[in-house]
Design a protein around this ligand. Sequence first.
Ligand code: FMN
Length: 342
Amino acid sequence: MTLFESTVRPVLFRLGGGDAEAAHEFTLHRLAGLPAPARSLMRARYATSAPVEAFGVRFPNAVGLAAGMDKNGIALPAWPALGFGFVEVGTVTAKAQPGNDKPRLFRLRGSEAIINRMGFNNAGAAALATRLAALGPIGVPLGVSLGKSKVTPLEEAVEDYLTSHRLLHPYADYIAVNVSSPNTPGLRSLQDKSAIADLLKALVGPKPVLVKIAPDLTEPAIAELLEVCLSHGAAGVIATNTTLSRDGLAQSDQPRATEAGGLSGRPLTEKARKVVHFVHTETGGRLPIIGVGGIMEPDDAARLLDAGASLVQLYSGFIYRGPALVRAAAKAAANHQAASAR
Ligand SMILES: Cc1cc2nc3c(=O)[nH]c(=O)nc-3n(C[C@H](O)[C@H](O)[C@H](O)COP(=O)(O)O)c2cc1C
């Protein structure tokens, strides 16, 4: 057991009477307030140098922070200090919005899982653009995840994404098009062939555009989407978002299983790996993949890379394992790279 698991995690998990969002907000604000010398010390402990290149961008290591952790980019300088080789901020929407009613974030500890129905709570694309302009580069590549504002009808989705894109692409090393969150009504229908084609026509341009997909799509639906990605200039695919499935939960978590929202963490590990493998084989490796879903151990990262991912991201694993997992996963990725180069 690491120091994080034996001392830090129990305190965080008790905050706010065990409310997961209270712990999230507390941690984010503490990280945002870290002074530069503290970040330097953390960097010395956690940062791993194992450069990788994907879709024309050079990454200091292959392990990134997944979207949703720092939606408004308030703690950006802290993430590279915790060892992340890239950071995906957002998902942000053109219009600021409060998200769904609380509670909307639940830990399922027996399963090392999380259910969330946050609903893209965020301060809006303009606020993020202002923050990024003031902050300047953070030392590792920055992805910006875009979603649709809840009040915008699906027929106007392209214009909504474009508004955010115009404001934010100057600060991004890549753009993630999130069409796979289960928590905005109708959003996942944007994964359909013609909708994703329209989105890519509008957004593909100065910065690499990656499409983030749901793990619940059928293989024929993924194959169709990949064709569109290839023919419309997408730079890659992020696989996967959270799942609507409740398979693989421990008995102790059954009462929580009925909460609406997307499930992440350990129950997603195998499912995400299968989707990454399918995307890789279906495209013959022509579309770079960021693999995400259920990386709880360094080996889980290595297996996603084995399945065809060029980079990986984590969210739930960071909640349960802390920064030691980032470092260990980056080292596992470096070993994987060295072995494939042989
Ligand atoms: C609380 C929470 C909020 C999330 N918000 C977003 C989001 O805004 N945009 C997005 O693309 N993915 C979001 N995700 C999904 C993660 O980026 C990731 O795809 C998913 O959790 C699977 O990875 P994991 O098993 O390592 O958590 C969120 C996940 C969680 C747990």
